[in-house]
Design a protein around this ligand. Structure first.
Ligand SMILES: Nc1ncnc2c1ncn2[C@@H]1O[C@H](COP(=O)(O)OP(=O)(O)O)[C@@H](O)[C@H]1O
Ligand SMILES: [Mg+2]
Length: 372
């Protein structure tokens, strides 16, 4: 048997493995850790294994220099109680997650290499869910921050606040807290925010890996050895869909590793919806579910081919919202509640005439009838 190459284990306790196939990768992990890897039981597929109590093995499949597909693994130590410190409340609960396109592996690789990871994709395709699940698997605190056009360095780095008697003290912002204590830092909608925030984060993203608190006598806060930075980005090529999205300079983007999330394949989406909404297992609802997936498919094709005319993102999140209402009020009224009523008249007409009438057998008269 070819032994998995063991690249020098990082100081941070992570380790990269490679083998010709997954079976041999798992055997290699067993040889290293002395226990057999066990698939994590939270979800039907996530490509992640427990190796004893303390380690996780994230697997993926990527070519070697000759182009031959190899099984790859990244072993990451789980966070124990000591490392979590007082941050237990911030460790996300484990819920069902369906890994795809080696996304969890990519998160683990970035974790091992301490590379800030930018996750690009439309709204509702699973960017937040990916990082949340990753943190949950590791048992790590998640510091999540929504950025927007009005975010300031006060929010993210910190600010001086009065402490009575004319004195002031410096209150850490969320980023500073994560950088001090360690954890998975998730900066949401990074490209919705402005220059001021990007500049404040520069030091954290470049080689110095430190924040300077200008308002606190230039205190330098070095990145905790277990702090990792993830961010979500809206696709920059759809300015109509994401108003306020800024083009980031090449200098800034260079500091991030990146993965792109596309719309999920239907089999996965179906599995997720069935898991989250078990009512759909009944045959009558199964049929409705298939029709809903077709509505999503046609909507996405229209977005991809004619994003100017059809500027609506039919995401997994939209499907979930829709599915949550269907068992109570049926698919048409549920569509109204989940997304249709929010659209402008032009988009409503496109939905009616080019999506719903095209793929559904439903009575659409309910769609535009005012409620009584
Ligand atoms: N891989 C996945 N496995 C399970 N559920 C998912 C997955 N991807 C997305 N979802 C579901 O889709 C919804 C939207 O995902 P979210 O992470 O909020 O999207 P984004 O952050 O890209 O806007 C979530 O509520 C989640 O339940
Ligand atoms: Mg999100």
């Amino acid at each position: 048997m070819q032994r998995p190459s063991m690249f020098a284990a990082c100081e941070n306790g992570c380790r990269a493995l490679v083998a010709p196939d997954r079976e041999r990768l798992l055997a290699g992990a067993m040889e290293i850790a002395g226990v057999e890897p066990e698939a994590t039981a939270h979800t039907p597929f996530d490509g992640v294994y427990h190796v004893g109590d303390g380690l996780l093995l994230f697997t993926g499949s990527f070519p070697d220099p000759g182009g031959k597909l190899m099984a790859r693994g990244v072993m990451v130590p789980r966070w124990d109680a000591g490392a979590v410190g007082g941050g237990e409340g911030l460790v996300p609960p484990l819920r069902f997650y369906h890994d795809h396109d080696s996304l969890l592996f990519s998160c683990a690789l970035a974790y091992m290499l301490d590379a800030p990871l930018a996750i690009h994709g439309h709204t509702g395709v699973g960017k937040t869910e990916l990082v949340r699940y990753f943190a949950a698997l590791l048992g790590a605190p998640l510091y999540r921050m929504n950025l927007h056009g009005l975010s300031t360095t006060d929010d993210i780095i910190g600010k001086l606040v009065p402490s009575g008697g004319g004195a002031v003290w410096f209150q850490d912002g969320l980023v500073t807290t994560a950088v001090r204590r360690g954890g998975v830092l998730l900066l949401e909608e990074m490209n919705a925010t402005g220059q001021e925030v990007w500049f404040a984060l520069h030091g954290l993203l470049d080689g110095s890996r430190a924040l300077t608190l200008v308002e606190k006598d230039n205190e330098v806060v070095h990145q905790h050895p277990r702090c990792r930075i993830y961010a979500t980005f809206n696709p920059a090529e759809y300015p109509d869909l994401y108003p306020g999205t800024k083009e980031l300079s090449a200098a800034y983007l260079r500091r991030w590793a990146s993965v792109r999330l596309e719309f999920m394949e239907f089999d996965m989406e179906r599995a997720i919806l069935l898991e989250r909404f078990p009512a759909f297992v009944e045959p009558a609802y199964m049929e409705i579910l298939e029709t809903m997936l077709q509505v999503a498919r046609v909507s996405r094709e229209m977005l991809l081919n004619r994003s100017r005319a059809f500027n609506f993102v039919f995401s997994t999140g939209t499907l979930e919202a829709w599915a949550s209402f269907v068992p109570h009020i049926g698919p048409v009224a549920a569509a109204k509640m989940a997304f249709y009523d929010l659209l402008d008249d032009r988009l409503k007409a496109i939905f009616r005439e080019q999506v719903f009438s095209y793929v559904t057998p439903w009575d659409l008269s309910l769609l535009d009838r005012p409620r009584r």
